[in-house]
Write a protein that binds this ligand. Sequence first.
Ligand code: NZQ
Ligand code: ZN
Length: 388
Amino acid sequence: MQNFVFDCKTKIIFGKGTEKTVGENMKALGSKVLFHHYGEGYIKECGLYDVIMDSLKTAGLEVVELTGVKPNPEVGLVRTGVEICKKEKIDCILAVGGGSVMDSAKAIGLGALYEGDVWDFFEHRAPMTRMLPIGVISTIPATGSEMSDTSVMTNDEGHLKRHIADTVLRPAFAILNPELTYTLPPYQTAVGGVDIFSHVVERYFTQEPEVDYTDRLCEATMRTVIKNLPLVMEDGKNYAARAEIMLAAPWAQNGLLGMGRIEDWGSHMMGHEISGIYNTAHGATLSIIMPQWMKYVYKDNVDRFAQYAVRVWDADAGWDKEKQALYGIEKTREFFRSVCVPVTLKEAGIDESRLEEMAEKCCLNGPVGGFRPLYKEDVLAIYQSALQ
Ligand code: NZQ
Ligand code: ZN
């Protein structure tokens, strides 16, 4: 087992009606709040906006709003947010939405306490030492940004999608009410579930031996998603199943499941290049890439893939390891297909024209992936295998 530090300060406030506590929770972070969200749409229609405003006002907080976050958030809006924070002397940020809003808020929080351009952080030209404190209300269980140390940002100039990670980026608190996810369209529910599952896969496939405890935590989390995602696809108002998924999301991504392991993340890097150019939903890039990545690398550690198949997919323990490993990979792909997300680039409307460019950009700073380092030729081969 590798040495590690697990440092997660985020307070979780879970359950029905918890969004009403947002005012008192934000008050602990400051008195002037930047309220960051997508804008119109469900947040207003379902009444969440009014509940939040009431709670913030009752707590005596001053509120400035910044809306307009789009999926795969862009650094342009972050720059606007940074200017507002500096001009209005904002103390803290409230992010209400999914990964795109939370990541945008994290970047604004960093930029607000920095003199230079916020994109510097995403080019690793500036150290992350301080961020305005952030509270979140998550409306889509997916990225785990509500508890994670990560922010992922797109820069339309050059179609770049880049991530940064540091414990400074963890929110102070996260309010999680599964009822707020009832309005999610089936596709968003499904790609969110795939993302949660994939965060575990990125940690599960390690070459680090003897990591039994976290193996078991990973397997439990994956089985929870496998059981509950079809239930919420069938009935979007199944509270019990929505709650399981909502709980799995932050714990899949807060670092707990990676303790002592060398993680992979190659599939995420390959997926980011797809979103950077085609604006594809993040989870859909993973349902396309991850099974192909598995096929490409499984021979490097057949035992681990066989264990995954037996413990997560109930493969026959009597089969030989190769057969088990291939069974687990096929079951993964079938699972993604069963919740109606794309499993080929073609299904996502992507052809071969820019695969070379994506592979090049993916490996710009060297090979990707901790399980097996992947070079440009490997990445290109995986993209090609995912075409149809
Ligand atoms: O814009 P509207 O119509 O309001 O729709 C939103 C949004 O467009 C909709 N939505 C969210 N909650 C809803 C809802 N619709 C109805 N009811 C609700 N309760 O969902 C759409 C997608 O939202 P978005 O925030 O983009 O989704 P997600 O949470 O999947 O975030 C994806 C972003 O997070 C990054 C991804 O790369 C991507 O940029 N990631 C962040 C990570 C992190 N910070 O730790 C790790 C991940 O691996 C990931 O890379
Ligand atoms: Zn992800």
